[in-house]
Ligand binder design. Structure first.
Ligand code: FMN
Length: 283
């Protein structure tokens, strides 16, 4: 049984509740303390083997999230994971404190790859420590692959009190409009996701599963049962679907059918995979 979640920002459960109900938990789009309009369009671009986005953390802010979004999400009957973002430790702590008081929130996922947030292990640890002080809810740290040694980040956030890891976020990319020679996205670069991310995600999960004893939600290009099994083989306890939901929103049901799985409920710690060498240098 492999628990299936959506990747943050890749499913609007209020528009497509029947898609969210296929999942073992629904992960919200990242919520920040204040509302954000996001970046100007175009902010989505297709490429040969993945997709670029520069949404810019568009969200209604935590007040409107509590007033309008969360009450409606609660009606789904699926555990709710809230993704939290910000620009400082105070931002993360403030949102976590608000969420801590809500019975509707199962788990908090800290999106540690926000604009203006450095991706250094010390910064990630500082943000997790701030969140940890603010909540006793399960706290997952979502890490970016854009770091020299992701295992070091994993150890840092584990020491800071994370209960689990979400791996991985997008990696920066750029698509060109051939006719103009200009970037397609208004902000030029964006987060690259989809099939091309899978080997990067597998390497990150492998390295982190070797470094820390925490449950890992694996994501990055998952589109089939074989993909999901590969993620579990390198150490993931659960798998999240992102870009594949844009291609086919029924991907979770298809994967579950291919796996012969039922819905499993809460994400639990997976036995770490058999002995492996720690992160080995790449050529
Ligand atoms: C359109 C879009 C919006 C996203 N928004 C968020 C977000 O708000 N917070 C977050 O942590 N990750 C966000 N992500 C990253 C995904 O959650 C996921 O980590 C990444 O896309 C890799 O998985 P995939 O290859 O299956 O899409 C977004 C990705 C896409 C494509």
């Amino acid at each position: 049984m492999i628990p299936l979640l959506n990747a943050s920002g890749c499913l609007d459960a209020l528009t497509a509740p029947e898609v969210a109900r296929q999942l073992d938990a629904f992960v919200t789009k990242t919520v920040t303390p204040l509302p954000r309009e996001g970046n100007p369009p175009p902010r989505i671009a297709e490429t040969e083997s993945g997709m670029l986005n520069s949404i810019g953390l568009q969200n209604p802010g935590i007040d409107a999230f509590f007033e309008s979004t969360l009450p409606r999400l609660s009606g789904l009957g699926v555990p709710i994971w809230v993704s939290v973002g910000g620009f400082s430790a105070e931002d993360y702590a403030g949102v976590c404190e608000r969420l801590d008081a809500s019975d509707e929130v199962a788990t908090i996922e800290l999106n540690l790859s926000c604009p203006n947030v450095e991706e250094a292990p010390e910064t990630a640890a500082e943000l997790v420590a701030a969140g940890r002080l603010a909540t006793r809810k399960p706290l997952y740290a979502k890490l970016s692959p854009a770091t020299w040694d992701i295992a070091e980040s994993a150890r840092a956030v584990a020491d800071a009190g994370a209960d689990g890891l979400s791996l991985i976020n997008t990696i920066r990319g750029l698509a060109l409009d051939r006719s103009s020679g200009r970037p397609v996205l208004a902000r030029a670069a964006g987060g690259y996701s989809g099939p091309a991310l899978k080997p990067i995600a597998l390497a990150c999960i492998w390295a982190c599963a070797s470094a820390v004893d925490l449950p890992i939600v694996g994501m990055g290009g998952v589109a089939s049962a074989e993909d999901a099994k590969d993620f579990v083989s390198v150490g993931a306890s659960a798998v999240a679907l992102g870009t594949s939901l844009f291609v086919d929103p029924w991907t979770p049901a298809r994967i579950r059918a291919e796996l012969g799985d039922e819905r499993t409920g809460p994400v639990t710690r997976q036995q770490p995979p058999a002995a492996r060498s720690a992160s080995s240098p790449t050529t």
